[in-house]
Design a protein around this ligand. Structure first.
Ligand code: PLP
Length: 265
C-alpha cells in the first residue's frame, strides 16, 4: 500500500521522516480524517476548510493549494484497490505533509442498532478548534474507555459542561428539542452537516450542556466522519431515556444515510 509523502507516492514501509521532524519533537502538527463515499472523498471541502484553520492557527508552513490536495487524494485513491477508504491528511512544521488511505472499517452494526455506552471524563483539549496531532487528552480518555469497556468518553470542561466526545461530537434530545454543545469543541464536519439537516425538522439549540443534566435527556447520539451517527443509550452506567435507540436519533440516522447515498450522484 502506498502513501503520499510531500507529493511523492511511496510504499508505506519505504516512507521515512527524520528524527528532527518537528511534529515528532514538539507535537505541532495538525490532521484531518475523512472517508470516501462511493470511492470519492466525502465532505472534503469542509475538511480542507478546517485543515486550513488548524494550519493557520498553529502557523504551519504549508505550500499546497486545496485543489492540489484534492488531486493528490484522488491520485492516491486511484492507486488503491476499489473500495471505501479512511483518509488521513497530516501536516507539520518540518514541513512534512502526509496523505494516507486505509480501508474503511465501520463500527459493528449492533452499535448502530442497539446503541452504545459512554463515560464522562474530566478533560479539555487545548485550542479545541485545532485538530491537533497532540492528542494527549483523547489518548488518556481512551485508556479510560478501554478500562470501562465503553464506546466513547464525553469530555467535561472546567465549568462542568459536556463539550464533545474524545473523537466525536455530541447531540442530546429532550422533549423533541435537539441540543448540541457550542464551546470548547472541534466543530465536526458531520456535526455541522447534521445541524443544518436537522434544523429543517426540529428545534435545534447550540448551547452548553451541564454534565449533571446529560443523564436526564431522552436520547443522546454522537457524530464523526468515520462513524456517522452512533446512538448512546447509557452514560456512566445510567440509562438514557428507556435505554433504547430513540425515534429522533433513528430519524437523524436515516437523514444522514439519505445524504450519503445521494452524495455526488
Ligand atoms: C475531538 C473531536 N471532536 C469531534 C470530532 C468529529 O469531527 P468530524 O465530524 O469532522 O469527524 C473529532 C473527529 O475526529 C474529534 O477528534
Amino acid at each position: 500500500m502506498e502513501v503520499c509523502l510531500n507529493g511523492n507516492f511511496v510504499e508505506k514501509n519505504d516512507a521515512k521522516i527524520s528524527i528532527s521532524d518537528h511534529g515528532f519533537l514538539y507535537g505541532d502538527g495538525v490532521y484531518e480524517t475523512l472517508r470516501t463515499v462511493n470511492g470519492r472523498p466525502w465532505l472534503i471541502d469542509e475538511h480542507l476548510k478546517r485543515f486550513r484553520q488548524s494550519i493557520d492557527t498553529v502557523g504551519i508552513e504549508f505550500m499546497w493549494t486545496n485543489d492540489e490536495v484534492v488531486n493528490l487524494v484522488i491520485a492516491l485513491l486511484a492507486r488503491c484497490e476499489p473500495g471505501e477508504y479512511r483518509i488521513r491528511l497530516t501536516a507539520n512544521n518540518t514541513p512534512n505533509f502526509l496523505i494516507e488511505a486505509v480501508p474503511l472499517v465501520l463500527p459493528d452494526k449492533k452499535n448502530y442498532a442497539n446503541g452504545v455506552s459512554a463515560i464522562t471524563f474530566d478533560g479539555e483539549r487545548p485550542f479545541p478548534l485545532v485538530k491537533s496531532i497532540s492528542m494527549l487528552t483523547s489518548m488518556i480518555a481512551k485508556k479510560e474507555i478501554l478500562r470501562a469497556k465503553v464506546f466513547e468518553a464525553f469530555l467535561v470542561d472546567r465549568n462542568k459542561n459536556i463539550t464533545e466526545g474524545s473523537i466525536s461530537n455530541i447531540f442530546a434530545i429532550k422533549d423533541g428539542i435537539i441540543y448540541t454543545p457550542k464551546e470548547r469543541i472541534l466543530e465536526g464536519t458531520v456535526r455541522n452537516l447534521m445541524i443544518e439537516l436537522l434544523k429543517n425538522e426540529f428545534e435545534m439549540r447550540v448551547t452548553s450542556i451541564a454534565q449533571k443534566d446529560i443523564y436526564d435527556f431522552d436520547e443522546v447520539f454522537l457524530t464523526s466522519s468515520i462513524k456517522g451517527i452512533v446512538p448512546v443509550v447509557k452514560i456512566d452506567g445510567k440509562k438514557i431515556g428507556d435505554g433504547k435507540v430513540g425515534e429522533i436519533t433513528k430519524r437523524a440516522m436515516k437523514i444522514l444515510k439519505e445524504n450519503l447515498i445521494n452524495y455526488g450522484e
